[in-house]
Design a binder for this molecule. Sequence first.
Ligand code: CUA
Length: 434
Amino acid sequence: MFRFLPEQASAHAPEMDWLHHLITDISVFFIVAICGAMIYFAIRYRKRDSGHHETPQIKGSHLLEIIWTVVPTLICIYIAYYGVAIYRDMVNPGEKPNMVNVTARQWKWDFQYENGKTTTNEAVIPVGEPVKFILTSTDVLHSFFVPTMRVKKDAIPNRYTYVSFTPVKTGTYPIFCTEYCGKDHSYMLASLKVVSRGEYDQWLADRSEELAALKMPPAELGRKIWEGKGACKSCHSLDGSRLVGPSWLKLFGRTEKDTQGNEFVVDENYIKESIIEPNKHVVAGYAPNLMPSYAGQLDDREINGVIAFIRTLDGTGASAPAAEAAAPAAPAIDLAKATPVERGKHLYETKLCITCHSIDGSKIVGPSFKGIYGAQHKFADGSTAVVDDAYIKQSILQPTAKVVEGYAPVMPPFQGQLDDAQIADITAFIKSLK
Ligand code: CUA
């Protein structure tokens, strides 16, 4: 009963699920037995007439008391024993696990491998070999959660914590942050790729991306850092719009006031200071203590890159394409000339559908759009329907009316935010994803 757990992709997952299901079943059994008895007695011994009935006084029963003390104690000891035994297997990765350092920060995951290779929001590990993730955080509490591997552990600033497991299946699995850690907590996703040993060796040895970063012109490197390593884009826009921090558009060379009213010019020194000591001179109108220090995380070359990139964002035509290219999630398209599918794709990327619905079949928060059109779906209320134009429209306007089974009713309604033509474009785009 109640078998809702995701795919089992680690060696300890079957044991853990077995214990989890055992506890669930025991709990369900007692809930039904106790509530059932309560309901039965309430009906059986209800007041039937106006007469006065006194309940007989029943004195204690040693036999009953022994049974209901000993039986639950034995059940608890049994569960505790297996809980400890499975936990011990989980935390002991065995001989020579592959070590991966994980650094959580608002709002991304950095991974570092034994040969020095680093990645952001993507971990790759070989199948069938124990792996040990060594977690820490640079700012607040985060939590490293890989449901398919049945591991979850907090990443804590100034401390190391560990998770270990042995993946038994190749594939790509989602990694979530499961500790509310600020504005972009829900976007703090990464993927775990489990590959064969050969593929892993090849991947690990391939440092071409890092080499390319070394050879990159500074402004290009800066853009890459804005997007990836620095996660600057969570708080600093490139188009003038206000996010958590000031937009980088036309920022360089501007005269600003800090919270004490001192004027300063945004130049190389100010930008570097803001990266290393973000709270020293906060621009008036913005809150302090939000930006983490990047001291020790970005080297001088990278800081120079960020400065060079900000310098290019002067709002002139020459830099505009760079700004657009910097946000590949939302490329500018000529909407007048675009086909409905292209317009739908643009809406998918800009109206945030992309954060919860993949187009490659992988499950994020909501169902993937790939192949969903025309498919038969079962809903949380038990009914079924084929996904057609009417269903898509309803799901956009009133998302919680019919939620596909297995998904949480968390989508906000887009009523008033998308018109009929836009909904038709999105539908066309979904239809195109066979
Ligand atoms: Cu990091 Cu939530």
